[in-house]
Ligand binder design. Structure first.
Ligand SMILES: [Zn+2]
Length: 211
């Protein structure tokens, strides 16, 4: 089964992608992972990717697409795959459409205000990178990491203004992708405001698979 998984930042997409790939035994493919693994290969393309990332710049779309195409042509993708957070723009959705037939696109639907609430309650450890949530997964002692005892802080990415900005970008760039799959009649919309377990159960049910 060839699947696309879409969701706003903070929609729980990462957790669901991991569970779903494991349950369906298909490779989980995200552009970020592909670029990171290419970077480790000391090839010419790897060095090009490194150069962009080191400068803090985005890898140009054309180069990213070339690398992506190569990845999905590998044997482990023949039987099925799960594209995690890809396509991000309408142009990429059109490109992908020429490359392979996607069976279903799953969209984890979470209202913006819940996303803001979820993400603004995130706290990260300044030392070991552990992530907490004041509501769903609070540290034992306020402001202190359970694992290493160092201070917790709010990452820039998790500040309300940044979250609003990320959501705005998402709504502009990726909403058209959701509509693209909806128009094709292969979009599955799942209520992403539920718990991780419930979301996973509902996704499997919608795909006609049991847990
Ligand atoms: Zn820590």
């Amino acid at each position: 089964m060839k699947l696309v998984l879409l969701g706003k930042p903070g929609s729980g997409k990462g957790s669901e992608a991991e569970l779903l790939a494991k349950t369906l035994k298909v490779p989980q493919i995200s552009m970020g992972d592909i670029l990171r693994s290419i970077e480790r290969e000391k090839t010419e393309i790897g060095r090009m990717v490194s150069a962009y990332i080191d400068k803090g710049e985005l890898v140009p779309d054309e180069l990213a697409m070339t690398i992506f195409k190569e990845r999905i042509s590998k044997p482990d993708c023949k039987k099925g795959l799960l594209l995690d957070g890809f396509p991000r723009y309408l142009e990429q959705a059109n490109e992908l459409d020429k490359l392979m037939k996607i069976d279903k696109a799953i969209y984890l639907d979470v209202p913006d205000d819940l996303i803001i609430k979820r993400l603004s309650n995130r706290r990260s450890c300044s030392n070991c990178g552990a992530v907490y949530n004041l509501i769903t997964n609070p540290p034992k002692k306020e402001g202190v990491c359970d694992k290493c005892g160092k201070d917790l802080y709010i990452r820039n990415d998790d500040k309300p203004e940044t979250i609003k900005n990320r959501l705005k970008i998402y709504n502009e760039q990726t909403k058209p992708v959701v509509n693209f799959y909806s128009n094709k009649g292969i979009l599955i919309k799942i209520d992403g405001s539920k718990s991780i377990d419930e979301v996973h159960k509902n996704v499997l049910k919608a795909l006609g698979k049991s847990a």
